[in-house]
Design a protein around this ligand. Structure first.
Ligand code: SF4
Ligand code: SF4
Length: 179
């Protein structure tokens, strides 16, 4: 057998089967999701935001991130300077050391973690830096934020990563547009 020279060995997925089925469906229904997200774009108002927030709470009672971790496994979070300072302090290293070891900066100066699956993801799908995780991780998939309505293309992209984001888009469309 050839030696594995990859710098990082991906962890085996431990995503629950139901979530895999939802993501397969989301992939097959991508055109429908584009239409739903576009239709919801102009629907932002206090009632719609209240429906979004309660749907988010309801869905995350049923879908458990510790049985999924697909965002952490597939998608490097965007990080900012405050994230770096906070996490470096937690890890007892300097921000410079942290940046050298973990951060990728692209041509637009946008920073993210270098690798997926995330190096801070534990084998049981928990996050080893949970208390100080990046703001982007804490807010993902943004389904309890008023700005969700205007982020059509990001919402569609997230349906392909996050089973909860897929369910929430469908439920919000049913509640607000096709009620
Ligand atoms: S920092 Fe934690 S929450 Fe964020 S991607 Fe890594 S494991 Fe997931
Ligand atoms: S936020 Fe979505 S993709 Fe990430 S672990 Fe939770 S359910 Fe899975």
């Amino acid at each position: 057998m050839e030696q594995d020279t990859r710098p990082f060995k991906p962890k085996a997925s431990v995503m629950k089967d139901l979530y895999k089925i939802l993501l397969k469906e989301a992939s097959e229904q991508q055109n429908r999701s584009v239409q739903y997200a576009a239709a919801l774009r102009k629907q932002v108002n206090p009632d719609a935001v209240a429906i979004l927030k309660s749907t988010h709470l309801d869905l995350f009672e049923k879908i458990h991130c510790l049985e999924c971790a697909n965002c952490c496994t597939t998608t490097p979070p965007i990080i900012n300077k405050q994230d770096i300072t906070r996490i470096a302090r937690f890890l007892k290293i300097s921000p410079r050391q942290f940046t050298r070891k973990y951060v990728l900066t692209d041509v637009n100066e946008e920073m993210s973690f270098q690798r997926v699956p995330c190096v801070f993801l534990n084998d049981n799908n928990s996050c080893s830096i949970y208390e100080v995780r990046p703001e982007a991780c804490r807010r993902y998939p943004h389904t309890d934020e008023e700005s969700w309505f205007s982020r059509s293309s990001l919402n569609v992209k997230n349906t392909l990563i996050c089973p909860a984001a897929y369910m929430i888009l469908n439920k919000i469309f049913e509640s607000i547009i096709s009620e």
